[in-house]
Design a protein around this ligand. Sequence first.
Ligand code: NAD
Ligand code: GLY
Length: 361
Amino acid sequence: MKTLNVSLADRSYPIYIGPALLGGDYIRRHLRASQVMVVTNETVAPLYLNRVVDGLSGLQVETLILPDGEQFKSLAVLERVFDALLKGRHARTTTLVALGGGVVGDMTGFAAACYQRGVDFIQVPTTLLAQVDSSVGGKTAVNHPLGKNMIGAFYQPKAVVIDTDVLVTLPDRELSAGLAEVIKYGLIRDAEFFRWLEVNMGLLLARDVAALSYAIERSCNNKAEVVAADETEQGDRALLNLGHTFGHAIETATGYGQWLHGEAVGAGMMMAARLSAAQGWLDPGLLGRIEVLLTSARLPVTPPENMSADDFSRNMALDKKVHDGQLRLILLNDIGKAILTADYDKQLLDNLLKEQCRGDS
Ligand code: NAD
Ligand code: GLY
């Protein structure tokens, strides 16, 4: 078992990574009082809820099972969490436990941020994507029909408990979606990790335990460093959004849930790399390496066929990185070196969108 730390002064917290952690005392040791609500969904509950509840025996534990899917990451479903907390008379000292992927984690975290103006919560991520990214760093949110993750809060968990055993039941497509965020760390700040991924992608896809554990740990280390330096995204944390402006446009335009978040980010990172090369900022020779790695992770490298350049422009204009009417993008100078900038040629962006969108007639 490895323990990493997210260093945020009095709000610092551990990330536990290892096998068989679900039934251990890793949640229990971070509780403020005996009241707990475990929030999960209808897919994860039959697989792992009992293990978590067993580990909390003797405490006042309630469970809440939400519908499964990105389309349920909404204010309406969030209200069900508040209903359950109020009906169960949960006090300010209660702790919410998010057992599931990024959807459950983001929603439960936001519920914790809001309920009685803030109660404790613990992340127990069960997808690769949630283990390497969404459970760490305190971004919590729900979607709005007009934009992804548009309603939320920065609110840090008290601990992140990553049980690597749960990945055995994860569908292949979800594993690949998680690998998109893993590749992201290599692209934005860790060239050596990118090279490791080029060599070890086969092992990751075969779910080799040692390889997966190493990738999770290295990803969480990268994320923890970025978050510790810029918790509320005043600067470098935005680099974690490489490919996300294109990706969120894909998710919003196609309807949440059609493309997985990680798939949209995969195609989005390739689009960002192509724009960087068109701009002359990234050696075009590196595009091939990026495309090969994404493809080997079984991720898409082009946008959905039915999306038009207009669909992209309209949805990208809603991005949270729009500043004074200017859309800022994360672009690449090299593998391992990313920048946040509004200083790219808008015509090159338009050209890229037109060239990439086969939905345009
Ligand atoms: P998800 O939560 O929808 O989970 C994917 C699917 O896997 C779901 O059907 C889920 O029920 C199922 N599942 C979960 N664990 C399983 C397991 N162990 N075995 C079998 N099935 C399992 O999707 P996700 O990819 O985990 O998360 C995507 C969400 O995370 C998006 O909403 C995205 O916006 C958000 N996100 C947030 C951050 C952040 O910093 N907060 C970062 C990245 C992504
Ligand atoms: N996933 C982006 C971030 O946490 O900032």
